[in-house]
Ligand binder design. Structure first.
Ligand SMILES: [Zn+2]
Length: 227
């Protein structure tokens, strides 16, 4: 195929015949007609966000849109918490953690029961909201943060806990971070059970959240707000 006087000259080995082929040809022609060529040097452009150029935020937006979920989810990254914890919570919010039920979509998994309680199908929702381990963790976090008992029904509710807490802005930020660390710690505990056959109690997970939360907050903010 070559371009001649603003239109394309097709060099077919055989003419498109079926409806599908004709439709593909039409789509291809329409796409090519939108292309204009000039003599300037080739360069890379980020078409999703041509005004501000490439950014991680734009990639995130494009990935979410690609999943058929046009709206941005309610995930705010917490700066004082390590990226690995933010990523677990972010992926959890997108239902993109590799739970047994999520994995079953592509892989044969023998059991899809929750590795903590072994009673329910291990969905994201169960693991982080309804499982006895999770409910005990959230109960301990509410006591530690001196906020009312936490009731959550969906993963996204977890990420809103700080917004509904009647506390000052700085405390909201700390609660947000501790909640994200809690998600990471629950997920880490789950992985230890699944991959290393190490049992993890809610008390152990809470101990980890407290010690990590205290150390990370102190390291990254030089502040002794958490006690
Ligand atoms: Zn469970």
């Amino acid at each position: 195929m070559k371009r001649e006087n603003d239109s394309f000259a097709w060099n077919w080995s055989r003419q498109p015949e079926s409806i599908v082929e004709l439709k593909e040809w039409q789509d291809c022609s329409e796409t090519l007609n939108m292309v204009t060529l000039n003599n300037s040097k080739d360069r890379w452009v980020w078409i999703e966000d041509s005004k501000d150029g490439f950014s991680v935020k734009a990639v995130k937006k494009a990935l979410i849109a690609e999943r058929g979920n046009g709206r941005l989810t309610n995930f705010d990254w917490c700066k004082w918490v390590p990226i690995k914890c933010n990523i677990v919570a972010w992926r959890g919010n997108l239902d993109r953690l590799a739970t047994r039920v999520n994995l079953r979509r592509n892989v044969d998994i023998i059991s899809v029961m929750c590795p903590f309680c072994n009673e329910f199908e291990k969905t994201m929702k169960h693991l982080f909201t309804a499982c006895l381990v999770a409910t005990r963790v959230w109960a301990a976090i509410s006591v530690w943060c001196k906020i009312p008992p936490i009731y959550i029904f969906e993963f996204k509710d977890i990420l809103d806990i700080h917004n509904y807490s009647q506390v000052e802005k700085k405390a909201k930020n700390i609660i947000q971070g501790l909640v994200i660390i809690s998600c990471w710690s629950i997920w880490k505990g789950r992985n230890e059970v699944v991959f290393n056959q190490i049992s993890r109690s809610p008390q152990e997970i809470v101990r980890e959240i407290k010690s990590r939360g205290y150390a990370w907050f102190k390291n990254r903010t030089s502040c002794n707000y958490i006690s």
